[in-house]
Design a protein around this ligand. Structure first.
Ligand code: KIV
Length: 271
């Protein structure tokens, strides 16, 4: 709480302080008002409106098809729900790779139309010019290295990245370049734990991992995976806290049965 009795908001400075004092940062994805309200109320530090919405909300095989307009729609719903946490929104594929002006314009749309607190984009030194321009306009930027799903057709697989020394060295160089360019935080996806720990210890900014081990400054999971809504996706890094697929399926079957048997609605459930 602040001195005015309002909830104290998580800011980019809060995350920096958390790193300094060794407090781990919790981050989850969300794409709609109701789930974001539950996560915010439960005390999550950061909500990422991820372009994984393309997979888990829209049913696409990759993150590539989702548009900037669609990301803004999801982000508006999430921002409306959040009183405390920091809300970061992914720049979708095709909305920033063209040039730094395009990247800035897409970021400004997300900040103005959704009321987000910052953006995330994927890539290393090739996006540094864009990062400088976006940060220069006052927009906090989160980086993303390791497995970068927007480049899936370049890599061909979703397997662990940077296992070989050459790729690991490139990742470390890119992480430093991104920090130099001005990112406030870095996501590392699906890389060896030792490499995650090394990057987190070398960078001043917080490093948040998804499949990057326990030596980083925080963890992120995709909401649908963590809650067990998806059931066919079981990478080693995933811890499921619920089995909602089964629970929702059972509730649905019970409802269907109650309707068919005329058990629902009962006398008490009608006017
Ligand atoms: O889009 C997303 O959900 C992400 C996380 C995997 C970090 O980028």
């Amino acid at each position: 709480m602040s001195v005015h009795g309002e909830v104290k908001r998580v800011t980019t400075n809060t995350l920096q302080s958390m790193k300094m004092r060794g407090e781990k940062i919790s981050m989850l994805t969300a794409y709609d008002f109701s789930m974001a309200r539950i996560f915010d109320d439960a005390g999550i530090d950061v909500i990422l409106v991820g372009d994984s919405a393309s997979n888990v909300m829209a049913g696409h095989e990759t993150t590539l098809p989702i548009t900037l307009d669609q990301m803004i729609y999801h982000a508006q719903s999430v921002v409306r729900a959040c009183l405390r946490c920091l809300v970061i929104v992914d720049l979708p594929f095709g909305s920033y790779q063209g040039n730094s002006k395009e990247a800035l314009n897409s970021s400004i749309r997300i900040m103005k139309e959704a009321g987000a607190h910052g953006i995330k984009l994927e890539g290393g030194d090739e996006v540094c010019e864009s990062i400088k321009r976006i940060v220069g306009a006052g927009v906090p930027v989160m980086g993303h290295l390791g497995l970068t799903p927007q480049s899936i057709y370049k890599f061909g697989t979703y397997t662990v990245r940077a296992k070989e020394e050459e790729e690991a060295e490139r990742l470390i160089k890119n992480a430093h370049a991104l920090e130099e360019a001005g990112i406030f935080c870095l996501v590392l996806e699906k890389i060896p734990a030792a490499l995650g720990a090394r990057v987190a210890s070398e960078l001043r900014i917080p490093v948040i991992g998804i499949g990057a081990g326990g030596g980083v400054d925080g963890q992120v999971l995709v909401m649908h995976d963590m809650l067990g809504i998806t059931k066919d996706f079981s990478p080693r890094f995933l811890r499921r806290y619920l089995n909602l697929y089964e629970e929702i399926s059972n509730a649905t079957k019970q409802y269907i049965g109650d309707v068919k048997s005329k058990d629902f609605p009962s006398e008490k459930e009608q006017y």
